[in-house]
Design a binder for this molecule. Sequence first.
Ligand code: 3UK
Length: 504
Amino acid sequence: PELHYPPRINCAAELLDRHVAAGDGARVALIGEHERWTYAQLQERVDRIANVLRGPMGLVPGNRVLLRGTNTPLMAAAILAVLKAGLVAVPTMPLLRTRELAAIAAKARVDAVLCAAALCADLDAVPDLPPVVHFGAGPDGALEALMAQAPATFDACDTAADDVCLIGFTSGSTGVPKGTMHFHRDVLAICDCFPRHTLRTQPSDVFVGTPPLAFTFGLGGLLLFPLRVGACAVLLEKLTPETLLKAIERYRATVCFTAPTAYGRMAALAAGHDLSSLRETVSAGEALPVATRAAWQRATGLAMIDGIGSTEMLHIFISAAGADVRPGATGKPVPGYRACVLDAQGTPVGPGVIGRLAVKGPTGCRYLDDARQGDYVCNGWNLTGDAYEMDADGYFHYRSRTDDMIVSSGYNIAGPEVEDALLRHPAVAECGVVGRADGERGEIVEAHVVLRPKCGATPALAAELQDFVKGEIAPYKYPRRVVFAESLPRTETGKLQRFRLRQS
Ligand code: 3UK
């Protein structure tokens, strides 16, 4: 299906004002630790903040606003206000520190900063930053004080569908974070693809999950998607697997967004929790191991939706739900997107051949830094940096990041496949598999393993795990080295930091 939007459209007005105008202002939009806002109440907050931005803060359309805060209704309102006022949102991850924030502020050339009071210390040390307006300290918050003085209504800025409204920064697990620009129509397009066709969002849905709103996975899943259909989002700070389970129970959540590792941990803790309200659970950020999918299904009866997305593409573009789920595969292109697998020369390969994933659709990569653009976009196709294989039925199977393929004695070995095998062993809670330089074989397969409680980290167990892998997949892929660890290094977005395992 082709998506058509009018040439002038404001995504925040579409997501928010439409519901109030249609008489749905009394529906609950956002729930936080301390508040529950209807669509009408959210609209009023958004309008007051928009008036503050365009009034006392002196901003004009096109100006860029750095946002920093954990997942709260006020943070969500601030993001929407920036969009509604015709400004550009530059959301930043709560765990970023001074050095990273300085890099982002400089690259995005931000004109203003809105920051949760509890997180402003890291910004104080950033050089050449515009004045920081604090929020989230109750009536003492600078933003709250300005909001109280500002008019309660704001007419959405008359923006073009292809005006930039969002700059998303990649998590930058290896290098400097890269800024990706997205238009008003992109924000609407992601709402009209994956959630409409795969998740099938309903107005009665209650969304909950862990990804930060500053991560486009979280921005879509915990704010844009629910608002698009008039549903409700629960925004909670510092969720752990245990507190997320409690939140699902307490708010009778129907849709959950989080990363594969969190589902693995939640599956182990699910007994004793009433998760019967859940309708769909979405996993993204990294590959979903077959064992994790199975454990979650045993614990909840739910077939998980796996989906691959990226900051560059804004959200999920390959996925599957319900009867279309095929364990081990990510799925098929989400309606609106096309995908293929290319060889090193850029020629499409047929089923059963591993190559570089290429995708095309209503959204796509636009780096702030023009010099980077060719790294991701080639002949109109977006190259995500992932090695994928398509099967005869058109399902896409994730293999590894293109540059993470382990080459051992001439064999190409994908770390996630070995991880997938190890996770089927009852003693393994989490694992990460990387290549370790080796004089004889080039690289050897090295497994970092976190054991389940009460499993002893013994040489005998290491040998047992090696034999186990040889029985599950081609024996040459078995980990010649097994390292037991207490935990594995992960990014704020739930991704395993393989480069840190290789350095350890
Ligand atoms: C990897 C996956 C296998 C893959 C994201 C959903 O993760 C997101 O964005 P990032 O920019 O990273 C993108 C890269 O992460 N990846 C993501 N999902 C999967 N690999 N299976 C998956 N299901 O390497 C991809 O290129 O941090 C995810 C929605 C929005 C997002 N920004």
